[in-house]
Design a protein around this ligand. Structure first.
Ligand code: ATP
Length: 199
């Protein structure tokens, strides 16, 4: 079973693209969503996050997002420590999930692959790219955020040109009209790649 990484900057359209792969019967794993579920459901993670941030890390047994977001916004050390708690658990969860899939390949959507130098964990990588102003507008329409916050996140992510150079496939998502077409071609190329690598 091949693992295809799907990455891209904030608001590029990774999740939108992931669901289009799902409509081609490709199993998808959205790391962000699984991480959020694990943070609410794993007793190990809960204990470690309370050790790190204090009792206020959870409110009514749910992760206290505004409190954590505030803590990590200006403190990279907190963010790194939180990632060190959550990421390995998501990795283990993904391995268990992968064993249950029956398909030539799966899509794993992860916002940050190149930035963490995790390319080797994937057989192939697709990057979704889109103009910065469109990405900003999409995120502002979707989330209760501010341009400053979104731009600060963009600053910490690799730019699209560098990402494209490191990727096996690039999907341009400035508008939705060509998405399905682009996806279909990539899907066929991946299947061909898998067929050839099995010979
Ligand atoms: P994030 O990294 O913030 O999770 P993402 O890369 O997964 O974002 P999506 O959640 O797929 O991006 O898209 C962000 C928002 O933009 C969503 O509300 C989505 O519906 C919208 N969107 C995605 N692609 C397009 C498009 N081509 N045209 C208009 N809106 C789009």
């Amino acid at each position: 079973m091949k693992v295809v990484g799907l990455t891209g900057g904030i608001g590029s359209g990774k999740t939108t693209v992931a669901h289009l792969f799902e409509s081609l019967d490709v199993p998808i794993y959205i790391a962000d969503i699984e991480a959020k579920l694990l943070m609410n459901n794993s007793e190990d993670i809960k204990r470690e996050l309370i050790d790190l941030f204090g009792e206020n890390a959870y409110l009514n047994n749910e992760l206290n997002r505004p409190f954590i977001a505030d803590k990590i916004f200006n403190n990279k050390d907190f963010l790194n420590k939180m990632n060190a708690i959550v990421h390995p658990k998501v990795g283990e969860h993904f391995k268990r999930w992968l064993k249950q899939q029956h398909s030539p390949y799966v899509i794993k959507e992860v916002a940050i692959i190149f930035e963490h130098k995790q390319q080797s964990q994937y057989d192939l990588i697709i990057s979704v790219i889109a103009n910065k102003d469109k990405r900003l507008q999409r995120v502002l329409n979707r989330d209760e955020s501010t341009p400053e916050k979104v731009l600060a996140i963009m600053e910490h992510q690799m730019n699209d040109v560098d990402k494209a150079k490191l990727s096996d496939f690039v999907i341009l998502n400035n508008d939705k009209t060509t998405l399905k077409n682009q996806l279909q071609k990539i899907h066929q190329s991946i299947l061909k790649h898998i067929e050839n690598s099995a010979i």
